[in-house]
Design a protein around this ligand. Structure first.
Ligand SMILES: Cc1cc2nc3c(=O)[nH]c(=O)nc-3n(C[C@H](O)[C@H](O)[C@H](O)COP(=O)(O)OP(=O)(O)OC[C@H]3O[C@@H](n4cnc5c(N)ncnc54)[C@H](O)[C@@H]3O)c2cc1C
Length: 496
């Protein structure tokens, strides 16, 4: 390894890899340092027997020709290499809310028709909702790949509107309110903090079109990495960064835990901002900046159950299932310990894209970090932790069996991920699913911008602006835009 680069990127998650791609393409000498053996962060696949699972990227939106992600993937030169499967256009997400079933189809016209078929007396409210979401989604130039004059997302007027109150203002019909906000697992929706902006961007993204990743999301990381290496970029694994190095007031490089030092003119951190800031020696940064960043709370964590099931027993579902036990789609805001689990999200991975039956399933539900705090500092978690995981798995399987009635008898084996898995493997504080909470009450304080108070240190990834494939990709454009100019990058994406 050469130890002097134009751009050093800390972390080979989606955000780090996308920045590496953009800047390698611009001719910079780029190096990505990743703490794990494998690249990808939450894009990584893992295996149980012969089954492949994605650790945290299950479906993608807006991938039809001409749509946002399609253009971005074309620019990142990964569109042709991807193995994807379009989900069912009539139902890509199914919601069971108490005793009601709601299906989301692709396309806004179809969506409005479907909602009107469920709620024939609410046509005006549904039309109003569709109009509102489309105008919010169109309000941010960067999400439409237009060159914004001012790309400080924090000035968007919809950031300080709560989604819960916005929907309440449209309809008093509780069941319709639930139906319109039922996709909120994909942004850990909390009625006390989630903005209309977050809801609108994500619902619009998936309702445009939805796709599964055949064989898992690891392929995205692999394709990006191959492109980066082809352009001369380096990606080095098992390089855990422990400190940012300064000469006088200037940031010059980083130190890896084995003592190695690597230098870069500009440093982009794909590591959680609060953890990055902790790696800066005392006195190099204004205290107020550090206090603000470390005070932002993180989204709730998650318990995941990944099951291998007997062949030809459980149908492959070309949609996801979101199951709310009660007539309430806001479990994050109202999840008492003794009612866990009151919700699950289930999907059948598409391993070859053709089978009518699945050989695997993943089931997720929210989980507070407090549930695992007893073991948080232990290196050996022992039998007590294993027994706790078994109990939680059984409870989740019991609830999931309400939807897949022959589930229990067809399980071969399973593996669970807990908030500790996400904390330890990916490095998110308390295993938060989607990074920091962007609270609509105080967007100015809770949004993190790519530029920091240190001139050559930048942030990227899910904590900037928005999480997920959509949010992280837009963040990568914004971060690299700080270094090379955003207008030109947007032009290149549009021309790709
Ligand atoms: C259960 C779950 C399901 C999800 N499903 C979807 C979905 O279906 N669709 C979707 O679009 N999004 C989904 N998401 C969100 C999506 O996975 C994330 O928002 C996105 O992958 C985050 O990318 P990132 O670049 O911010 O960083 P991360 O994936 O968090 O990567 C950060 C990287 O930094 C590395 N790192 C940390 N500390 C150090 C260090 N000290 N030194 C070096 N390297 C370090 C980590 O190992 C990691 O590789 C899901 C998330 C979860 C948790």
């Amino acid at each position: 390894m050469d130890n002097n680069y134009d751009i050093l990127i800390l972390g080979a998650g989606l955000g780090g890899l996308e920045c590496a791609y953009i800047l390698s393409k611009k001719g910079y000498k780029v190096c990505v340092l990743e703490k794990n053996k494998n690249i990808g962060g939450t894009l990584q696949n893992f295996k149980l027997g012969d089954c492949t699972f994605s650790s945290g990227m299950h479906y993608l939106g807006s991938l039809d020709e001409g749509q946002l992600l399609n253009k971005l993937f074309r620019y990142f030169n990964i569109l042709n290499g991807l193995d994807i499967k379009r989900m069912d256009p009539e139902v890509f997400d199914r919601f069971i809310i108490g005793d009601k079933q709601i299906d989301y189809p692709m396309g806004w016209d179809r969506f409005a028709d479907k909602m009107e078929s469920y709620f024939p007396n609410e046509k005006d409210a549904i039309q109003q909702y569709v109009k509102l979401i489309n105008s919010v989604a169109n309000s941010q130039a960067i999400y439409n790949l237009k060159s914004p004059q001012d790309y400080d997302i924090r000035t968007n007027p919809y950031l300080n509107t709560g989604v819960y109150s916005a929907i309440e203002a449209i309809t008093k019909n509780r069941e319709l309110q639930n139906a319109l906000t039922a996709l909120n697992f994909v942004y850990a929706g909390d009625k006390n903090s989630t903005s209309l902006y977050t809801h609108a961007l994500i619902n619009n993204y998936y309702i445009q079109s939805a796709y599964r990743l055949v064989g898992g999301s690891g392929q995205i990381a692999d394709l990006l990495a191959a492109n980066i290496r082809n352009m001369g970029g380096e990606i080095l694994c098992e390089k855990e960064v422990e400190e940012l190095l300064f000469e006088e007031k200037s940031l010059t490089g980083v130190q890896i835990i084995n003592g190695e030092k690597v230098y870069g003119k500009n440093i982009i951190s794909n590591i959680h901002p609060a953890i990055t800031i902790d790696m800066i020696p005392e006195g190099k940064l204004r205290k107020s900046f550090k206090t603000r960043l470390t005070a932002i709370p993180n989204t709730i964590s998650v318990f995941g159950l990944h099951l291998r099931v007997r062949p030809d027993k459980i149908p492959y579902l070309n949609h996801n299932v979101h199951y709310y036990k009660n007539n309430d789609v806001w479990p994050v805001s109202s999840y008492p310990h003794d009612q866990w689990p009151s919700f699950f999200y289930l999907y059948t991975p598409s391993n070859d894209g053709t089978n009518d039956y699945t050989n695997s399933l993943s089931i997720y539900t929210y989980m507070h970090f407090n549930e695992v705090r007893n073991w948080a500092e232990k290196t050996e978690r022992g039998d007590e932790y294993r027994a706790w995981k078994n109990k939680k798995a059984e409870e989740l399987i019991l609830l999931a069996s309400k939807y897949i009635t022959n589930l229990k008898e067809n399980i071969i084996d399973w593996i669970a991920s807990t908030p500790l898995t996400y904390r330890d493997y990916i490095g998110t504080p308390e295993g938060g699913m989607y990074g920091t909470i962007r609270d609509y009450h105080d967007p100015m304080s809770s949004y993190i911008f790519p530029r920091t108070k240190i001139p050559n240190l930048f942030f990227t990834g899910q904590n900037i602006n928005l999480h997920g494939m959509l949010g992280v990709s837009i963040s990568a454009l914004l971060t690299c835009g700080e270094i090379t100019g955003l207008q030109e990058i947007i032009k290149e994406v549009n021309d790709a």
